[in-house]
Design a protein around this ligand. Structure first.
Ligand code: GAP
Length: 452
């Protein structure tokens, strides 16, 4: 990472802590590597992201339904899916500096791998490190009661395929969507929340006929790019990596990785994979239960194929923050230059939609009016009421958390400068810092149009 990129990342991490986006999990006890807590701003950001994903992919579509599976499932699920036997990373230890390293990511010189930490070539043989977190369900901690915390949400959608097909009465092609926690015992959690041990996924399993699989993979790639654009991550910032033959999972006929240019480098945000009928076939074989599909019109029975767009909530939240983070030099009312830190979130992703301020906190008529406006907006959006400090400082505080609009109640609002300006407020725009005067009666509709 360049020095500039490193500094940018440090500023982002510091802002996220200072303004209540992300905290180290169990911080007062020294934290826990690979685990994070989301504070008041972070949880709103994630909720906006998940709600919009759900709206786009479930509510606005006729061919999709949702589900919410359990985190812990019968161990047989993970045997059938192949995770129990193969979901591991090959690791080596450097005998010189004791660093633990991914065997498949080692740098090489003259075709010999070496430790990127100290340069030593004295490495152990690769060993498999299981990525699934284990627990026990039942009174005894024995092999019979061993369970895994799911490493992906996907499997519940495969094992419930038949139930969902029958209860939703969908016809192919149709999809199941799910958002939920996943756990992986990552050897090297790193890059802030990018690679964690506990994270959330937003996954779709889109079931189709075999002959439509490849075209639908391209269709979903396009849908997902549109989604990122609609939350404020432009196409130009996403690199599509068409995984070549030989590097994809053996059952996949096509996989696209969508990569975002994080300050620490281009890294995977989402995968769109055509998984053929591998998953349903594996569960048919292991469970002995029919998970096939009967086409009424063609009188055909077959195992559907599946296209899987699988995105990470935390990685997308981090991309949103990185994309939004900006610093610009501005001149304040007294002519002094200062650096304004601003998160330029798309209004639909911004944790707080509108700041509401009385111009002065010691004028009861201003305070009362501002509080009434905040209360009237609250059922419709996240609002922040603030009366502390100079108005300029209040704007800056909202800029730092990415609030797209601020409303100020002043003496015009309460009719002290004539009836024509009564019941109007100033609406301040975060990005341009421009202010306009609008009637209170138009406020809600104006804000809702921007944040929908
Ligand atoms: N069902 C397919 C699947 O799970 P994956 O590429 O292993 O595929 C999908 O994971 C997405 O989940 C990734 O693109 C990423 O956004 C997110 N993800 C995976 N591992 C993660 C981790 N350790 N920390 C944060 N996000 C992760």
């Amino acid at each position: 990472m360049s020095k500039e990129a490193q500094q940018r990342m440090e500023k982002i991490v510091s802002l996220c802590k200072r303004r209540g986006f992300i905290f180290q999990s169990s911080e007062i006890y020294g934290g826990l590597n690979g685990f994070w807590d989301y504070g008041p701003m972070g949880v709103e950001l994630k909720r906006n992201l998940k709600d919009f994903w759900w709206r786009r992919n479930v509510h606005e579509r006729e061919d999709m339904v949702g589900m919410d599976g359990s985190i812990i499932m019968n161990r047989a699920v993970w045997k059938a899916s192949g995770h129990e036997d193969t979901f591991n990373d090959p690791m080596v230890d450097c005998k010189n500096c004791q660093a633990r390293l991914r065997a498949d990511q080692l740098p090489r010189k003259d075709d010999t791998p070496y430790c990127p930490n100290c340069g030593s070539r004295d490495l152990t043989e690769p060993r498999a490190f299981g990525l699934m977190l284990k627990s026990y369900a039942g009174p005894l901690e024995n092999d019979d009661n061993l369970v895994y915390l799911r490493p992906e949400t996907a499997q519940a959608m495969f094992v419930q395929f038949k139930n969902i097909l029958e209860t939703s009465r969908k016809k192919l092609p149709f999809g199941i969507a799910q958002i939920g926690k996943a756990f992986r015992n990552e050897i090297n959690p790193r890059n802030y929340i990018f690679r964690s041990r506990e994270f959330e996924q937003m996954e779709i399993e889109y079931f189709c006929r075999a002959e439509d699989g490849l075209a639908l993979t391209d269709y979903w790639l396009e849908e997902r790019l549109k989604f990122y654009e609609d939350i404020g991550i432009p196409r130009s910032k996403i690199k599509i990596h068409d995984i070549p033959d030989g590097e994809r999972a053996f059952y996949s006929k096509k996989t696209y990785d969508l990569e975002y240019e994080f300050p620490f480098g281009l890294s995977e945000l989402e995968g769109v994979a055509y998984r053929t009928d591998y998953d349903l076939s594996a569960h048919i074989k292991h469970s002995g239960k029919p998970l096939d599909y009967f086409d009424e019109e063609k009188k055909e029975k077959f195992i559907p194929h599946v296209v899987e767009p699988s995105a990470g909530v935390d990685r997308t939240a981090l991309a949103l923050i990185c994309e939004a983070f900006d610093e610009e030099e501005v001149t304040d009312e007294k002519g002094n230059k200062e650096v304004r830190t601003v998160l330029r979130f798309h209004p639909r992703m911004a944790p707080v939609k509108c700041g509401v301020f009385p111009l002065l906190k010691n004028k009861p008529a201003l305070v009362e009016k501002a509080k009434a406006i905040a209360a009237s907006l609250r059922p419709h959006m996240m609002v922040f009421y603030d009366e502390a400090g100079a108005i300029g400082r209040r704007y800056r505080r909202q800029d730092e958390i990415g609030t797209p609009f601020c409303v100020t109640v002043d003496f015009d609002t309460i009719g002290e400068n004539g009836p024509e300006k009564a019941d109007t407020v100033t609406l301040r725009h975060r990005d341009s810092m421009e202010q306009e005067r609008i009637p209170i009666s138009e406020l809600r509709a104006r804000l809702e149009a921007a944040i929908f």
